[in-house]
Design a binder for this molecule. Structure first.
Ligand SMILES: NC(=O)c1ccc[n+]([C@@H]2O[C@H](COP(=O)([O-])OP(=O)(O)OC[C@H]3O[C@@H](n4cnc5c(N)ncnc54)[C@H](OP(=O)(O)O)[C@@H]3O)[C@@H](O)[C@H]2O)c1
Length: 251
C-alpha cells in the first residue's frame, strides 16, 4: 500500500523487475499482476510479516533460491502508534521496533554484502521528517525513524568507494491513511499533507542528485533546516505541535 506501492509503480514504469514484500498476499498478487501486464516487467511476490525476526532471512533466501539479484533495496514497510508512550501495549512496541528498525537493518545487512561484492547497489530507506527529533505523541515512531536516518547516514559514508548509494527519505505527512491507522486523528495535523506522487518524484530526483537525506517538499526542507535556528527543546515542542496528537502539545 501507500508509498511502497507508488514506488513500485514508478520503478516498474522505469523498466525495473520487482520483488514485492508485505503481509497482504491478495494485494501483492493484484499489484504484481497489474504491473506485469501493464508495464511488461517481471514481478515476484514474497508474503512475509516483517515483525517476525526470521522474516528478513527468509526474504533473502527467497531471492537466492530464485537467483534474484537485488540492485535496489527499498525499505518502506513501517507503522506507528499515536498516544502516550506509557500506555503503549508491549506487543505494539515490539511490532513497531521490529518492522521499522530490525527488519530494515537486517534486510540492509543481508543484501548489502552481495552489493559490496558486486560493487553496485542502491538502498532507499523510508524514514520520516519526524526522525529528525523526538515527536511528543509519536515518541517511539520518531525514535525508530531517527534510527533509520542515523544508520543510513553512517552507511552512506562507510560505503564510500564501494559503488553503493544509501538514501533516507524524510517525508512530512503524506496522504496514505497511514496516521489514521495509528489512532492519530489526521484532521488535527497542523501541516499540509502531501500527495504520494510528491514523495515518488522527490525520491527519483534525490537519487539523481545523490542526496543522503531526501526531503520531498520545500516545507519539509525548511522545517528540517530551521531546526538549527532554535533550541532542541523548541524543535521537539514544535514537532509535537505540528503533529497534534494531543491538544495540549505546546504546553
Ligand atoms: N504516510 C505518512 O504520512 C508518512 C510520513 C513519513 C514517513 N512515512 C513512512 O513511509 C513508509 C510507508 O508509509 P505509508 O504511508 O505508505 O504506510 P501504509 O500505507 O500504511 O503502508 C505500509 C506498508 O507497509 C507494509 N507493512 C506494514 N507492516 C508490515 C509487516 N509487519 N510486514 C510486512 N509489511 C508490512 C504494509 O503492507 P501489509 O499491511 O500488507 O503488510 C503496507 O504495504 C513507512 O515507513 C512510514 O513510516 C509515512
Amino acid at each position: 500500500m501507500g508509498i511502497g506501492e507508488a514506488l513500485s509503480r514508478e520503478f516498474a514504469e522505469r523498466g525495473h523487475n520487482l520483488l514485492l514484500v508485505a503481509r497482504s498476499g491478495d494485494k501483492l498478487m493484484a499489484l504484481a499482476q497489474e504491473l506485469r501486464e501493464e508495464r511488461g516487467v517481471a514481478v515476484e511476490i514474497c508474503v512475509e510479516d516483517l515483525s517476525d525476526a526470521e522474516s528478513p532471512a527468509r526474504v533473502y533466501q527467497f531471492c537466492r533460491m530464485r537467483h534474484i539479484t537485488v540492485d535496489y533495496l527499498v525499505n518502506c514497510a513501517g507503522l506507528s502508534h499515536a498516544g502516550d508512550f506509557y500506555e503503549m501495549p508491549q506487543g505494539k512496541l515490539q511490532e513497531i521496533m521490529m518492522v521499522n528498525m530490525m527488519a530494515m537493518a537486517w534486510l540492509t545487512r543481508l543484501f548489502l554484502s552481495d552489493m559490496v561484492e558486486r560493487n553496485k547497489g542502491v538502498i532507499i530507506n523510508v524514514a520520516s521528517l519526524g526522525g529528525l527529533q523526538g515527536v511528543p505523541g509519536l515518541s517511539l515512531y520518531s525514535a525508530t525513524k531517527s534510527f533509520v536516518i542515523t544508520l543510513s547516514e553512517a552507511l552512506c559514508v562507510e560505503l564510500k568507494g564501494k559503488g553503493i548509494k544509501v538514501f533516507a527519505v524524510c517525508p512530512g505527512f503524506v496522504d496514505t491513511g497511514f496516521f489514521g491507522r495509528t489512532g492519530h486523528n489526521d484532521a488535527n495535523i497542523r501541516l499540509p499533507i502531501s500527495g504520494i506522487d510528491v514523495v515518488v518524484k522527490a525520491v527519483i530526483k534525490g537519487l539523481a542528485k545523490n542526496r543522503i537525506l531526501i526531503f520531498p517538499t520545500l516545507l519539509d526542507t525548511v522545517l528540517a533546516f530551521s531546526q538549527r535556528a532554535v533550541s532542541r527543546k523548541t524543535a521537539i515542542r514544535l514537532a509535537g505541535f505540528f503533529a497534534a496528537v494531543k491538544d495540549d502539545s505546546m504546553k
